[in-house]
Design a protein around this ligand. Structure first.
Ligand code: NDP
Ligand code: BG6
Length: 523
């Protein structure tokens, strides 16, 4: 157990972002796709929790939900209230909801109809005056990605992207774009170009909600807010790294979306790449958006390109089969899910071995795996260190010696633990592995806020550090594109494996790592 130490907080490089500095200016957030799942489950609950925080969002903060359904503002408020009650971190408070919901509005907009945007512009002008939003606007694209270009073009045509005339021209316009960002590198590039015609890069916030998770940000604090880890954070001491993002759920009614996406595009291209870059990056020169993002992009560029035979050897794809979960429930296989083609070649599990070709990481494998219907929901980065060069205790039970592992638990049970060998009590020199544990909940006495809370507030504050930069989104596609191409072109050499629900994927995934004399961690 590790307890909270004030000295540790004082050396926190994120200190400049502590709560006393995080007061947002009034603004209007226009959510495109407001009748959808993301808005009700994540966005409004996060905004409500921010409104309940200290300091709270400004009382004049306003939300305008925009979608196709002919909902009234009252109906929209009702649905959002249901979402807040069910999903918000902050407890539901009737008084707070009354004040907060007075700033929530709905407008029916067909995304392709330019006239609807002209009407929206009038609504925003009026709300800005009534609620004192200082001409500040954030447009949030929570829609199917196929609409991103149209919406942005129409925002531009309706004059909504340029500086607002209110507040003496001081008002700002920002754009938040949900994932997936493109379908591959070429489409990501094209989308970036389209957004760039209407918004400047510093107005664009490409979201990857993993970056909003406290424990993901803590990777930076652990590495660069402490002195003891960096000297050993390299190929001399580290044997390999395992990154696991496991989910126990299936595609949960999102079969239509998932068919075009698969684990590779849905998880690997974004969430796993973020975890990889934060783990592998060099220390940035400062905690500014560009310094951090520069270093992350360098890691992406350093990922060792793999030729066809290496890609065939180093990647595994699989789909979950029908079966009984550990809770005794029957679940359908991926091919039986609604919206999924009977002959689908979309993977629900992927594992890969990659290397980073630079001075720090040469020849240190990074094993990545992600999948749905695995035994549990767990995200972890495990840094496995090399064994001692000389086994001093060989005669006295050295076979029990296990490598040191530093595991960063992103979720759940957020925390960090270090595994090391300790002498077990008694006359004999016996060594057992023990864990030194830090847990967020018990050390800080509070659960971390939801990722979307952090990111929405950052966008309001104009801090893009935890958002993906243009070149980063494009480069992050390169590995995924190369894997996808090999899977498509050498279909029979990379057969789609199958795995039982509630297992850690197919045997081929075990083989991928065991061939190197290593093993997946049992989580
Ligand atoms: P949904 O399918 O639930 O919602 C789509 C929204 O878009 C609805 O509000 C729908 O309005 C609206 N819409 C679609 N077509 C039109 C149109 N022609 N004109 C006007 N409105 C339209 O999607 P999600 O909320 O699940 O996802 C939104 C985005 O967020 C996607 O990019 C997704 O990848 C991303 N995302 C979602 C996550 C999640 O957990 N849901 C997690 C991470 C990212 P209506 O229903 O009224 O027609
Ligand atoms: C989303 C994916 O980006 O992340 C989903 O589209 C996945 O398929 C989700 O379930 C996982 O997020 P979290 O925060 O629950 O790990």
């Amino acid at each position: 157990m590790i307890s909270l130490d004030d000295d540790l907080l004082a050396s926190n490089p994120l200190r400049e972002n502590t709560v006393e500095h995080r007061i947002a200016l009034p603004s209007i957030m226009v959510i495109f796709g407001a009748t959808g799942d993301l808005t009700q489950r994540k966005l409004l609950p996060a905004l409500y929790s921010l409104a309940s925080d200290q300091p709270p969002l400004p009382a004049s903060f306003t939300v305008v939900g925009v979608a196709r359904r002919p909902w009234s503002t009252e109906e929209f408020r009702q649905k959002m209230e249901d979402g807040v009650k069910k999903y918000a971190r902050a407890a539901y408070d009737e008084e707070l909801w009354k004040t907060f919901s007075a700033g929530i509005f709905y407008e029916q907009v067909e995304f392709n109809d330019i006239n609807a945007y002209r009407h929206l512009a009038e609504t925003l002008t009026q709300l800005n005056q009534e609620r004192g939003a200082m001409g500040n606007r954030i447009f949030y694209l929570a829609t199917p990605p196929s609409y991103y270009s149209d919406i942005v073009r129409n925002l531009g045509a309706a004059g909504l992207a340029s500086d607002s005339p209110q507040n003496d021209g001081q008002g700002w316009n920002r754009l938040i774009v949900e994932k997936p960002f493109g379908y591959d590198k070429a489409t990501a590039k094209a989308l970036n170009a389209e957004l760039g015609e209407v918004f400047n890069e510093d107005q664009i916030y490409r979201i990857d909600h993993y970056l909003g998770k406290e424990t993901v940000q803590n990777i930076l604090v652990l590495r660069f807010g402490n002195y003891i880890f960096e000297p050993i954070w390299n190929r001399q001491y580290i044997d390999h790294v395992q990154i696991t993002v496991a989910e126990n759920i299936g595609v949960e009614g999102r079969g239509g979306y998932y068919e075009d996406s698969g684990a590779l595009r849905d998880m690997m291209q974004n969430h796993l790449m973020q975890l990889l870059t934060l783990t592998a990056m060099e220390p940035p020169t400062g905690f500014s958006a560009n310094s951090v993002r520069d270093e992350k992009v360098k890691v992406l560029h350093a990922i060792k390109p793999m030729d066809t035979s290496t890609l065939l050897k180093n990647t595994v794809r699989a789909q979950y089969a029908a079966g009984i979960t550990s809770t005794g429930k029957y679940v359908p296989g991926y091919l039986e899910e609604t919206g999924v083609a009977k002959q689908s070649k979309t993977e629900t599990f992927v594992s890969a071995k990659v290397e980073i070709d630079n001075w720090r990481w040469a020849e240190v494998p990074f094993y990545l795996r992600t999948g749905k219907r695995l035994p549990k929901r767990v995200t972890e980065i495990a840094i496995q260190f090399k064994r001692p060069p000389f086994s001093l205790f060989r005669k006295s039970g050295a076979e029990e010696l296990q490598p040191n592992i530093l595991s960063l638990r992103i979720q759940p049970n957020e925390g960090i633990s270090l595994k090391f060998g300790a002498k077990s009590p008694g006359q004999a020199m016996r060594i057992h592995a023990v864990n030194m544990d830090f847990q967020y909940g018990s050390s800080f006495g509070a659960e971390p806020p939801e990722a979307y809370e952090r990111l929405l507030l950052d966008a309001m504050l104009g801090d893009s550090t935890l958002f993906t930069r243009r070149d980063e989104t494009e480069t992050a596609w390169e590995l995924v594109d190369s894997i996808k191409a090999v899977w498509e072109n050498f279909d029979s050499d990379t057969p789609m494996q199958s795995y039982e629900p509630g297992t850690w994927g197919p045997q081929a995934a075990d083989k991928l790592i065991e061939t190197d004399g290593r093993f997946w961690r049992r989580l």
